[in-house]
Design a protein around this ligand. Structure first.
Ligand code: 5CA
Ligand code: ZN
Length: 412
C-alpha cells in the first residue's frame, strides 16, 4: 500500500538522550536499545470508519518514539498494517450496502490525509492484510505442518486454529491471569464457543470461505486470514524477530499482541517477538472509551473541516501522558489552541532567552517514557519568559521552533 508523505525533521543541536519506554511485558520503564536501525511495528487501522481522536493519540505517541530515535541519529524502519479485510469492516459494508473494498479504500485514504495533516511521520512499509495473504498462507501452512495449528472437525467450514500454549510462554506479553484472558478474549473478537476447538482460548488463523464473504484460493483451501496472524507475519517478514517496539493502544494488549507474539515465536522457535511492547491509553468522550462500536467519536477529519488547526489537535492530544486513559473535552482543545497561539507569538520575537536549556529539558522529558506534559510545560516556561522578561539571544526563537518541530512534531 501507499504510505503518506513525510515532512523534513530538523536536526537539533546539543546531546540527545537514549529513549526509555514502558514495556507492558516487563511492567517497567526500560531503555530501548536499538542498533543503527531502530525497528518498530505499530498496529494500523481497520478502515471501516474515519480516524477518531483515539486512533490519532495512539499514532502520535509512536510518532514521538520515531522522533526520539531520529534525534539519536538512528535510521528508523517503521512498519504499519491496514486490516483491510475483517469482520467489522464486512459488517459495516453490509449494513450500509457498501462495497467493502471501496469502503476500505475510502477510509484508508482519509486516514492518510489525517496523518499527513497531524504531521505523523509515515511508516516505511505500509501493508494491507489483503496484499499480505500469500505470506500469511505460507506461515499458517508451516504452523499446520509443525502441528502447532489444527483444523476444526467441521466438513463445511474447516477453519484453522492456533494451539495457544504452543510457544510455552503464553501470557508473557499481557501478564494477565487466565480469568482475565478468558474475559477479554470473548470481548475483543475471540470465539471461545466455536465448536471443535481444542481450547476456548485458541485463536483463528484461517477462516474457511463462507457464502457471501470474500475469500482467496490457497493451499489452505479458500478462505481469509485471522487477525493476529496478519500483524505477526507482516512484522516478522519486514523486521525479523527481536525488533525494538511493538505498539498500539492498550485495547490490543490482549488478545492481539499476546497472539501476534505467540504466533511468531511458535513459527521461528525464537524469542522475543518484540523487545518492548508499548501501549497507549484510551481516549474517552463523555466518560466512555471513544470507539467505533459505541459511536461516541470525534473525527480528525471533522475537526479539520471545522478549520481547527491540526497542530492544536496534536498539542491537545499530547497534553496528557500517552499511557493515561484520558478524556477529550472542549477544554482540552481550547487550552491547546491558546498554547499554540502563545508559542507562535513567542517564536516570532526577535530576541529571547537562550534555547539550549529548554532543548535539554525537552530531551530529558521526552526520553523519559515520552513525558509530554512536562515537555509542554517546559516550552510554556520558555515562551512565558520570552514574552514577559525577554532576552538577548537572537538565534533562540528559530532554535526553539526547530526543536519543537523535530521533537514534538508541532509546526509553529
Ligand atoms: N486494525 C487493528 C489493529 S491490527 C485495530 O485495532 N484497528 S482500530 O482501527 O480499531 O484501531 C487502530 C489503533 O487505534 C489501535 O492501535 C487501537 O489500539 C487504537 N485505538 C482505538 N481506539 C482508541 C482510543 N479510544 N484511544 C486510543 N487509542 C485507540
Ligand atoms: Zn495489529
Amino acid at each position: 500500500m501507499q504510505s503518506w508523505p513525510s515532512t523534513p525533521v530538523p536536526e537539533v543541536p546539543g546531546t540527545p538522550r537514549p529513549l526509555r519506554l514502558y514495556d507492558t511485558a516487563a511492567r517497567e520503564i526500560r531503555p530501548t536499545a536499538p542498533g543503527r536501525t531502530a525497528t518498530m511495528y505499530v498496529c494500523g487501522i481497520t478502515p471501516y470508519d474515519a480516524t477518531h481522536l483515539g486512533h490519532a493519540a495512539t499514532y502520535l505517541a509512536f510518532d514521538l518514539v520515531h522522533r526520539q530515535w531520529l534525534d539519536n541519529r538512528h535510521d528508523v524502519h517503521y512498519v504499519q498494517n491496514v486490516t483491510d479485510v475483517d469482520d467489522p469492516l464486512l459488517e459495516r459494508a453490509e449494513r450500509d450496502q457498501d462495497d467493502w473494498v471501496v469502503l476500505a479504500m475510502r477510509e484508508t485514504a482519509l486516514f492518510r490525509e489525517d496523518m499527513t495533516a497531524l504531521r505523523v511521520l509515515p511508516p516505511r512499509d505500509y501493508l494491507g492484510a489483503v496484499e499480505s495473504i500469500p505470506e500469511i498462507v505460507e506461515a499458517v501452512a508451516k504452523l499446520l505442518t509443525d502441528r502447532i495449528a489444527y483444523r476444526v472437525k467441521d466438513d463445511e467450514y474447516p477453519d484453522i486454529y492456533f494451539a495457544h500454549e504452543a510457544s510455552g510462554r503464553f501470557g508473557e506479553v499481557s501478564q494477565y491471569t487466565p480469568d482475565e484472558m478468558e474475559k477479554l478474549f470473548a470481548e475483543r473478537g475471540g470465539d471461545p464457543d466455536r465448536p471443535g476447538k481444542r481450547h476456548p482460548l485458541d485463536a483463528l488463523l484461517w477462516r474457511a470461505a463462507r457464502p457471501g464473504e470474500p475469500s482467496w484460493e490457497s493451499e489452505l483451501g479458500p478462505g481469509r486470514p485471522g487477525w493476529h496472524v496478519e500483524c505477526s507475519v507482516i512484522a516478522l517478514n519486514r523486521l525479523g524477530m527481536g525488533f525494538d517496539v511493538q505498539g498500539g493502544g492498550s485495547d490490543l494488549i490482549f488478545p492481539h499482541h499476546e497472539f501476534s507474539a505467540a504466533h511468531a515465536e511458535a513459527l521461528t522457535g525464537e524469542r522475543p517477538f518484540a523487545r518492548h511492547y508499548t501501549h497507549a491509553g484510551m481516549i474517552g468522550l463523555d466518560g466512555e472509551k471513544m470507539s467505533k462500536s459505541r459511536g461516541n467519536l470525534v473525527f480528525v477529519s471533522r475537526l479539520r473541516a471545522d478549520k481547527v488547526d491540526p497542530m492544536a489537535v496534536r498539542l491537545g492530544l499530547l497534553s496528557g501522558h500517552y499511557r493515561a486513559d484520558r478524556p477529550w473535552t472542549a477544554d482540552v482543545l481550547s487550552a491547546a489552541v491558546a498554547r499554540l497561539a502563545r508559542w507562535r507569538t513567542a517564536v516570532a520575537v526577535s530576541a529571547a532567552p537562550p534555547a539550549a536549556d529548554l532543548i535539554a529539558r525537552l530531551r530529558d522529558h521526552l526520553s523519559n517514557d515520552l513525558d509530554t506534559p512536562r515537555a509542554l510545560a517546559a516550552v510554556d516556561a520558555w515562551a512565558d519568559a520570552a514574552l514577559s522578561v525577554g532576552g538577548q539571544d537572537t538565534e533562540a526563537p528559530k532554535a526553539v521552533q526547530a526543536a519543537v518541530d523535530a521533537l514534538l512534531g508541532v509546526l509553529l
